[in-house]
Design a protein around this ligand. Structure first.
Ligand code: PMP
Length: 430
């Protein structure tokens, strides 16, 4: 594969953009090598500036659940653009969007649109703190909620670790307010609440972890957190930026039957445009400005073009059997990958929830962050590059979930598995 033009662009980019990219994982740092630069995207495919084609399992990190450049979304955007790009005053599409979200996700009685997942989670935390009058938040090791200061905190070892900043620039005074727990550790959560439960404003969680590869909750775990939060007067926030409208039409909360107090969304909700949202119970959401004192605002929030894209996307995911078919396709992919690895004598396991999946170079079923990080990462990196050379683009890190879209039809899946059978042989050869 020729990468001459991508290489030239990356060289130019590195002079002027930190790491040559506008979001770190795009730089291929963890897998090594250089990123390709995209010329265009269509259906299940990305095409780079050197004319190479890739089957895409990144899907813009989740939004592209109907495939790239879907005509219905593109045409909705084209129609919206004719009427102007931004108004700074309300428009009808914002109302339709709020009606759509609150109908599809009943725990959201009210909703506020923002411009990214990060904004959604930051705003939800501010609301939780404002509404409860408490300052501490609890997050989980391996969960990512955007780059807000309060979230850039990881756990050390042990049952609970309080406030270790992982990014310079996060004031210790703030990170100390973030406690971290091990995902799927029932006793750790109980112990933390026994200790500081009365000070916790909110527990924020990816109900299915998609930022430490893909880790589903153990049976009863989300219920356990729901119960602890209720008993201690803390809010439960489901960060459904990845899972929303993907693992089920109503997100992970519908899939697992748990009602969070607040939810955050992004990705699919914007159809590929920069959009996020947060929502929850009316009594909480009405504390947001201007109906209440908790401030949150956005010049471009509810942008008419972004709303048009998001609404078109949400229309498509409501098609009958959409999620069932996507889940079946994703299961076929996971089974195929395990079989292909087995043929090559490579041990892998997979996790799957709806159209989200994870591939782990280990012989264990992965249910924790510790297990996900203990996998054979060099083997994943070899597999990643062997797949890329064969025209399949997986997330360029062992710690990201994979995404399947409705454009990944039987032929695309078969082509993926053909590449995988060869790529696992490469891994086996060391
Ligand atoms: N929450 C989750 C679960 C995410 O996966 C992400 C992004 N990958 C975010 C929040 C942040 O969203 P954004 O990158 O749009 O700010």
């Amino acid at each position: 594969m020729n990468h001459e033009r991508s290489h030239a662009l990356f060289s130019r980019a590195q002079q002027l953009i930190p790491g040559g990219v506008n979001s770190p994982v795009r730089a291929f740092r963890s897998v090594g090598g250089e990123p390709f630069f995209v010329q265009r995207a269509d259906g299940a495919y990305l095409f780079d500036v050197d004319g190479n084609r890739y089957i895409d399992y990144v899907g813009s990190w989740g939004p592209m659940i109907v495939g790239h450049n879907h005509p219905a979304v593109r045409e909705a955007v084209e129609r919206a653009v004719r009427d102007g790009l931004s108004y700074g005053a309300p428009c009808a599409a914002e109302v339709t969007m709020a009606e759509t979200i609150t109908r599809l996700v009943p725990s959201c009685e009210m909703v506020r649109m923002v411009n990214s997942g990060t904004e959604a989670t930051l705003s939800a935390i501010r609301l939780a703190r404002g509404a409860t009058g408490r300052n501490r938040i609890v997050k989980f090791e391996g969960c990512y909620h955007g780059h807000g200061d309060s979230f850039l905190v990881k756990a050390g070892s042990g049952m609970l670790t309080l406030g270790v900043p992982t990014s310079p620039g996060v004031p210790a005074g703030l990170s100390e307010l973030t406690a971290t727990l091990s995902y799927n550790d029932f006793d750790g959560a109980t112990a933390l609440f026994d200790d500081i439960g009365g000070e916790v404003a909110a527990v924020i969680i990816e109900p299915v972890v998609g930022n430490a590869n893909c880790i589903p909750p153990l049976p009863g775990y989300l219920e356990h957190l729901r119960d602890l939060c209720t008993r201690h007067g803390a809010l439960l926030i489901f960060d459904e930026v990845m899972t929303g409208f993907r693992v089920a039409l109503g997100g992970a909360q519908a899939h697992y039957g748990i009602t969070p107090d607040l939810s955050t969304f992004g990705k699919i909700i914007g159809g590929g445009m920069p959009v996020g949202a947060y929502g929850g119970r009316r009594e909480l959401m009405s504390q947001i400005a201007p109906s209440g004192p908790i401030y949150q605002a956005g010049t471009l929030s509810g942008n008419p073009v972004a709303m048009a894209a998001g609404l078109a996307m949400l229309e498509l995911v409501q098609a009958p059997d959409f999620h069932r078919d996507l889940t079946t396709a994703t299961a076929r992919l996971c089974e195929g990958l395990e079989a292909a690895a087995g043929e090559a004598g490579v041990t892998v396991t997979t996790n799957q929830v709806g159209a989200m999946f994870g591939l782990f170079f280990t012989n264990e079923k992965v249910t924790s962050y510790a297990q996900a990080t203990a996998c054979d990462i060099p083997a994943f990196n070899r597999f990643f590059h062997a797949m890329l050379e064969r025209g399949v683009f997986l997330a360029p890190s062992a710690y990201e979930a994979g995404f399947v879209s409705s454009a990944h039809d039987a032929a695309v899946l078969e082509a993926t598995l053909k590449a995988a059978r060869e790529a696992f042989q490469v891994v086996a050869a060391g």
